[in-house]
Design a binder for this molecule. Structure first.
Ligand code: DC
Length: 227
């Protein structure tokens, strides 16, 4: 990270709303955005397509190292391309989510993606969304937020999101999947999901996106990170 580039990290479990909050905050500040989960999801797609098993650490890490990806924005939506192909819809499927959580538990995959993530810290600033942004990737970030919510609230949010995308989902199955992913993300040996010691924990259960954003913007102002 370039010392002069301010970084705000937003970490938390699936469905905590961190992706939405990070995107809205980056837009409000006019800063760059890193959706680090998208990188793990792209590695997952590459692994599924190549028939690579996540437990094959060397091949999984090779895919992460060679990941040919590109992010662009169109009408407020981030478009991810893998090998030139638009994969934005495929990225959020349950199959890819589960695989992403598995490849993310492979230390060599995490190491292969670390520098790629730090390269996003470009002027005027970066909002970085993920699981280990404040603990591992940007330990010197000026503001660290750990966004969470009850597992039921998170499952319901994901349910709505997937339904809107036309996916055939079942709420109780989604709840079990989220619990399994939480367990994997929080108990893996490398970079487990947990708040950084200097993170501010925000519980978004029962709060709207605007209410959470308001809280975060207040913290940004208190830190004098922006106008
Ligand atoms: O944030 P997300 O749901 O798009 O993340 C997809 C998976 O990648 C998730 O299971 C956790 C993992 N991940 C991670 O381990 N570290 C990050 N910085 C971001 C995501």
């Amino acid at each position: 990270m370039t010392a002069s580039v301010p970084v705000i990290t937003i970490d938390g479990p699936v469905g905590s709303g961190k992706g939405t909050i990070a995107a809205r905050l980056a837009e409000t500040l006019g800063w760059n955005l890193l959706d680090s989960g998208a990188l793990y999801r792209l590695v997952a797609i590459a692994a599924l397509d190549a028939g690579v098993k996540p437990e094959d650490a060397a091949r999984s890490a090779g895919l992460a190292q060679r990941l040919d990806c590109e992010f662009s924005q169109a009408r407020g939506e981030v478009i991810a391309r893998l090998g030139g192909v638009d994969v934005r819809n495929r990225m959020r499927t349950n199959e890819v989510s589960t695989m992403a959580s598995k490849v993310a538990a492979v230390p060599a995959v995490r190491a292969a993606l670390a520098e790629r993530q730090r390269a996003f810290a470009q002027p005027p600033g970066l909002v970085a969304d993920g699981r280990d942004m404040g603990t591992v990737i940007f330990p010197g970030a000026q503001l660290k937020i750990y966004l969470t919510a009850s597992v039921e609230a998170r499952a319901e949010r994901r349910y709505k999101q997937l339904k809107e995308k036309g996916e055939n989902v079942n709420l109780s199955r989604l709840l079990r999947d989220i619990e399994a992913r939480d367990h994997r993300d929080m108990n893996r040996e490398v970079a487990p999901l947990r708040p950084a010691h200097d993170a501010v924990v925000v519980d978004s259960t029962g709060l709207s996106v605007d209410e959470v954003l308001e809280k975060v913007v207040k913290m940004v102002k208190e830190k004098s990170l922006t106008i």
